[in-house]
Design a protein around this ligand. Structure first.
Ligand code: PMT
Length: 402
C-alpha cells in the first residue's frame, strides 16, 4: 500500500493499449491510491467507462457535463485534486494537443489546468512513434516539466514489431512508486525540534500560556522523519503529536524545562528548528496554594524566561543549522530579520498574525523564509505539511553544511 493517501488522475485516450488501463487501474488501487479517470471520446471505442468505474470505484468522466443530469464536471477541480496526472495510454493525437495547448475536451482542459506533476505513456505504431512531429511533441512535453514513460518495444497491433507499445502497467507502477518515494536527504542526521506552547505556573490551578497547537512543529517533525532523520521533539503540554511513531517525544511544561531538555540534546544534533511558542516571562513566584479571590485588582510580578534559541545560538557549532520562527503582528520583516541575526539562526520562518490562514491553530500557514545571506522565499497559504516541506527544501539548499 505504498500509494495510500495519494490521489491519481488517470487519463485514457484512444489507442488499442487502452485495454491495459484496466490492469493499471487495478494496480494503482491495490497500492492504496485513490483513482479518478478521464477518458477521451475515442478511448470509449476501446474500453468501457463501466469497466474503469468498477475498478477505480469512482465515476469515470469523459465530457464537460453529464447529459443525463446536466451536472458540470469541473476540470479545474480535477486538476487541483490530483497529486499526479498520469495519461496512459496517450495517443499521438492527444500528445499533439497537449504539446500545443489545444483544449477541445475535458481531458485536454484538465491537462492545461493541472498543477500537479504529469506523466504520459505514449502508445502508437512504429512509424508514428518515430515521426519527427511526435518526437518534437514529446520534447515539448519534457520542456514543460512532464515526465515521459517511453514506449516499449515488441509486437505492435499492426503486426509490425518495434518501439511503440505502451509501457507495461507493472513498469508504470514502478515509475509512479519511485515518483512518490520520499527523498532520504536527512538520513544519518539528528534533528531537534521545539514545538507547542509553554505553560508558566501561577499557582497549582492557573498558568500563563499561548495559543500554539503544535501543528506546525509536528508537521516539521514528520517531514524530517519521512526523509530519514532521527527526530527529537521537545513538546509543550497539550500540543499535537506527530504521526510518525519513530519520533522521540520529550514532554515538557515550562520554558525552563524546554530549555533544559533542548540544551541536553543540543550538542549531539545537526539541525535545530525552534517552532515552539515560548513564554517570554513567567511569574516570579509560584503560589503553593490556589490564590484566593480578594481585592478589585491584583498583579503578578513576572521575570524574564530563558531564551532557548538565543542561549543555544551562542553554543552553535560550525556544522549545526539553527532555524527559528518569528510570529509577528507588525513590522514583520524588520523584526524577523532582527531575530535572525540576534539569535544566530541560519534561517528564520516568519508567520504573521495579519495573514489569514497563518500562525496559531490553523491547518495552514503562510510564511516568508529569510536566510542569513539575505535571500528570501515566500509561500502562499498552504497546509502546514507543505510549509514544513518548503522549510526542509530551504535547509537542503543551505551552503556547505548539508
Ligand atoms: O503551534 P501552531 O498552532 O501550529 O502555530 C505555529 C506557531 C505560530 C507557534 C509557529 O509557527 C511559530 O511562529 N513559533 C514561534 C513563536 C514565537 O514564539 O515566536 P517569537 O517571535 O516570539 O520567537 C522567535 C524565536 O525564538 C522562535 O523560534 C521561538 O521558538 C524562539 N524563542 C522565543 C522565546 C524564548 N524564550 N525562547 C525561544 O526559543
Amino acid at each position: 500500500m505504498q500509494l495510500k493517501g495519494k490521489r491519481i488522475l488517470l487519463g485514457v485516450t484512444g489507442s488499442i493499449a487502452a485495454y491495459k488501463s484496466a490492469h493499471l487501474t487495478r494496480l494503482l488501487v491495490k497500492e492504496g491510491a485513490e483513482v479518478q479517470i478521464i477518458m477521451s471520446t475515442s478511448a470509449l471505442d476501446f474500453i468501457t467507462p463501466l469497466t474503469l468505474a468498477t475498478l477505480s470505484k469512482n465515476p469515470v468522466y469523459h465530457q464537460f457535463h453529464d447529459p443525463n443530469t446536466g451536472v458540470w464536471t469541473n476540470h479545474v477541480d480535477l486538476g487541483l485534486w490530483a497529486d499526479l496526472f498520469l495519461v496512459a495510454p496517450i495517443s499521438a493525437n492527444t500528445l499533439g494537443k497537449f504539446a500545443n495547448g489545444l483544449c477541445d475536451s475535458l481531458l485536454t482542459a484538465t491537462y492545461l489546468s493541472a498543477r500537479c506533476p504529469v506523466m504520459v505513456a505514449p502508445a502508437m505504431d512504429l512509424d508514428m512513434y518515430q515521426h519527427p512531429s511526435v518526437k518534437q511533441n514529446l520534447e515539448k512535453l519534457v520542456s514543460f516539466g512532464n515526465l515521459i514513460l517511453d514506449a516499449e518495444s515488441g509486437e505492435l497491433a499492426s503486426g509490425l514489431s518495434g518501439q511503440g507499445r505502451m509501457m507495461e502497467p507493472e513498469h508504470i507502477i514502478n515509475k509512479v512508486l519511485k515518483h512518490f518515494k520520499p527523498s532520504q536527504a536527512f538520513a544519518g542526521k539528528k534533528v531537534l525540534i521545539t514545538s507547542g506552547p509553554t505553560q508558566e505556573a501561577i499557582d497549582p490551578v492557573r498558568f500563563i500560556s499561548n495559543h500554539s497547537s503544535g501543528k506546525m512543529g509536528a508537521a516539521i517533525a514528520d517531514s524530517f522523519a519521512i526523509q530519514g532523520a532521527e527526530v527529537h521533539l521537545v513538546l509543550g503540554k497539550g500540543a499535537i503529536r506527530p504521526e510518525n511513531p519513530n519520533i522521540k517525544i520529550h514532554p515538557v511544561v515550562s520554558a525552563q524545562e524546554m530549555h533544559d531538555k533542548a540544551a541536553s540534546l543540543h550538542p549531539s544534533v545537526d539541525i535545530v528548528v525552534f517552532a515552539a511558542a515560548v513564554a517570554d516571562y513567567a511569574p516570579k513566584q509560584v503560589a503553593s496554594e490556589k490564590i484566593k479571590k480578594a481585592g478589585e485588582e491584583m498583579s503578578i510580578e513576572l521575570v524574564k524566561n530563558v531564551d532557548i534559541a538565543l542561549t543555544l545560538g551562542k553554543e552553535k557549532k560550525h556544522h549545526q543549522i539553527h532555524v527559528g520562527f518569528a510570529l509577528e503582528t507588525e513590522n514583520e520583516e524588520f523584526h524577523a530579520k532582527e531575530k535572525l541575526s540576534k539569535k544566530n539562526f541560519d534561517l528564520i520562518v516568519l508567520n504573521s498574525m495579519r495573514d489569514t490562514g497563518a500562525g496559531f491553530q490553523s491547518e495552514t500557514n503562510k510564511v516568508r523564509i529569510f536566510a542569513e545571506d539575505g535571500t528570501a522565499v515566500n509561500s502562499e497559504v498552504l497546509p502546514k505539511k507543505e510549509v514544513a516541506q518548503l522549510i526542509l527544501e530551504r535547509i537542503k539548499a543551505l551552503p556547505v553544511k548539508i
